[in-house]
Design a protein around this ligand. Sequence first.
Ligand code: F6P
Length: 351
Amino acid sequence: MRVGILTGGGDCPGLNAVIRAAVRAVEVEHGGEVVGFHDSWRGVLEDRWEALDIERCRGILPRGGTILGTSRDQPYQEADGAQRVAEAVERHRLDAIVAIGGEGSMGVVKDLHRDGIPVIGVPKTIDNDIAETEMTFGFQTAVQICADAIDRLHTTAESHDRVLVVEVMGRHVGHIAVWAGIAGGATLTLVPEDPFDVEDVCRRLLARHRRGRWASIVVVAEGAVPVEGTMELPKLEVNRWGHEVLGGIGDVLAGEINARTGIESRTTVLGHVQRGGTPVAFDRVLGTRFGVAAVDAVADRAYGKMVALQNDRIVRVAVEDAVGHLKVVSPELLRTRAVFHAPDPTAQPPG
Ligand code: F6P
């Protein structure tokens, strides 16, 4: 067996666990070899790669990032891109390429499969928004980093009786924000799934702070959206892959809270800290399970499949079922978050 492997899109703790597990499974279970392409599909197109074996993978399990490097480049950006991927498969005599990536990368896996190229998808993202899998590795690590930060912010917020706004990642969905908000005991958690009214946010904070020195933590996902017409957000830059560069909502929100309530408010943007460093044990295990399962899929010639976690079992799903829509936060989790929100002083008592 000969397998190509690459990591695409934003990095994520646990990528090296997948690489290590796939290499191990190919070598030990199939006596095969692994070609590791550098910088995602860019390495496939430009034939930049290295041979991966058990020796090369020693010590990488707890390491964040990816030993292969990553990029957001993909074959369909170039007219002959798919053709060049097919040539790389030929040249390296690969049974398949295992592509570890997010929603965008899974879309590429879908298209390459349609074009007859043997590919298997492994879902990754700290955002945990890929459909058809209950969890992606990297997410639990990101949540732990946020919860640890919020614990620290509580004590300084209390000393100064401030509102501290914590901006976390979450481009289209609020999984990180909701988990971090619940785990960190946030006063309010604002997510893309549930547009917020800044006036309502301020009313709740003001009522809470009027009752004494009760500092507040407001967790806001970078992709959270204000109710239309309630709060202006600055226009976002678009990067060379056509993605909006998010970030900044925390500052705008803290400014509004300051101006509307008079309570001193500051912002902490956790940013790429959430994506760096060593993966927590759960992410190492999930990445390892995905890596082994991806090699099993290559052995079974189950091309066009994505490995996934469902009911605590690793399964294969058709990659086209996983793209085109995102996994949003469940209504149950949104409600659990809201139970802990500072109460709205104007709300009527139940009954
Ligand atoms: O897709 C994961 C993610 O972490 C998003 O939450 C975030 O908007 C994006 O990546 C930022 O990635 P980069 O800074 O690498 O472009």
